[in-house]
Design a protein around this ligand. Structure first.
Ligand code: NDP
Ligand code: KPL
Length: 348
């Protein structure tokens, strides 16, 4: 198979270069409406934004939104507080400096004052602790950028249905010792935005900063599908200490990974959850395992494996990954299919 299928066929629409506005979201044949991103930054944004969490994802979204002209504060703590205050945030993309920005740095959300929009960018294992602050945020809209296998209910209840919007990052990267973020915009995965009264605000802010956006019809199904997929890939990568080239070169291991995700998707479907986006369903469940193995070997050896999946695995394997595995286990009612279970066990 020479052409690599994209997870989301609609990405091609964006590559067509048209700037289609949020209210002209392109309907797709099945489960996702897509809002292609702008091809560059739109200057003059004026939304007051708070980024809650100054890790990899928080820093990328903060700096991009700042450079689109928005009024951005970032909630930080520990050593990162002073580091960002004094050096700002430096983003490197494709090996060259992409952006440097100095958002306002706050230690408590209240210091940011009233905001139009908050993006919460903490890990799954940090959500319980963060929830204590999230209900009290003085903001019109609050979007999560978090891996949430069990769905968005907890956040929805704490934050309130009138202002909560579930979302998921369309970028990935790593933070180096100097505080620089090396990142990629994942071509296969635009920033995902779920339904909510404030979704339009979230989509327009993201588009203004050049992020392609897609809106699945069922966000919880999207998050559940992603959790199966990413918990399998991160587990397999953790077992080889994040060496995506070594994993890509082992076709037996990649085939086992493909079959583990396939079985995980089947188990999810048997619990009434549809596999979303369609492209993942096709790659793992329709495509013969031999082709899917070839496809994933190439992806693991390419930008997605080296610059997104591997660095994220290395950073999260002792923090978010165990909680992700635990939540995938509950998502599947305690009955994790054997190949997926083996990946989880071997990752430790
Ligand atoms: N990194 C990546 O490439 C990708 C990540 N994601 C997802 O995005 C989400 C965020 O991940 P990522 O940015 O990598 O995680 P990081 O660990 O890099 O960042 C989380 C940040 O939030 C801070 N934080 C957590 N709780 C609080 C709190 N109560 N008050 C103040 N600060 C807080 C942490 O501070 P401290 O360090 O002090 O704990 C840390 O700086 C995860 O669910 C992840 O799966 C999705 C795609 C790619
Ligand atoms: C961006 C990607 C696909 C891989 O890093 C991801 O979604 C994740 O790590 O959760």
């Amino acid at each position: 198979m020479s052409a690599s299928p994209h997870w989301l066929q609609e990405q091609r629409v964006e590559n067509g270069g048209d700037d289609i506005s949020a209210d002209r979201a392109v309907p797709t044949p099945d489960d996702t409406a897509v809002v292609p991103g702008t091809t560059g930054f739109v200057p003059g944004g004026d939304v007051r934004i708070l980024i809650f969490g100054a890790g990899v994802i928080g820093r990328i979204y903060a700096t991009r939104l700042l450079s689109a002209g928005h009024d951005v504060s970032i909630l930080s703590r520990g050593a990162a507080l002073d580091e960002i205050r004094t050096q700002g945030i430096r983003l490197v993309r494709g090996g060259v400096e992409d952006l440097r920005g100095f958002p306002r740095v706050v230690e408590a959300a209240a210091e940011a004052g009233r905001t139009d929009l908050v993006f919460v960018a903490v890990r799954l294992d940090q959500v319980d602790a963060a929830l204590r602050s999230l209900g009290a945020l003085d903001a019109d809209a609050v979007a999560s950028l978090i891996n949430l296998p069990l769905g968005t209910d907890r956040l929805l209840k704490t934050i309130g249905a009138d202002r909560f919007v579930p979302a998921f990052p369309g970028v990935a990267g790593r933070l180096d010792d100097q505080g620089t973020v090396h990142y990629v915009q994942v071509v296969q995965q635009p920033t995902i935005v779920g339904p909510g009264r404030a979704s339009d605000t979230v989509v327009s802010a993201l588009k203004s900063a050049g992020f392609p956006v897609a809106m699945p019809k069922d966000m919880d199904a999207w998050l559940a599908t992603h959790a199966i997929f990413i918990s399998a890939f991160e587990s397999a990568l953790a077992a080889v200490s994040g060496d995506s080239h070594a994993l890509a070169s082992d076709s037996h291991a990649v085939r086992g990974l493909v079959l583990a995700v396939r079985e995980g998707f089947t188990a999810l479907r048997s619990r009434g959850v549809s596999i979303t986006p369609a492209a993942l369903r096709i790659i793992f469940q329709t495509m013969p395992a031999q082709f899917a193995t070839h496809y994933w070997s190439r992806q693991l050896d390419g930008e997605l494996g080296r610059l997104a999946l591997a660095p994220h695995t290395i950073a999260s394997r002792h923090s978010e990954l165990p909680v992700l595995q635990r939540d995938v286990r509950s998502l599947l009612g305690g009955a994790v299919p054997p190949r997926l279970e083996r990946l989880f066990t071997d990752s430790r």
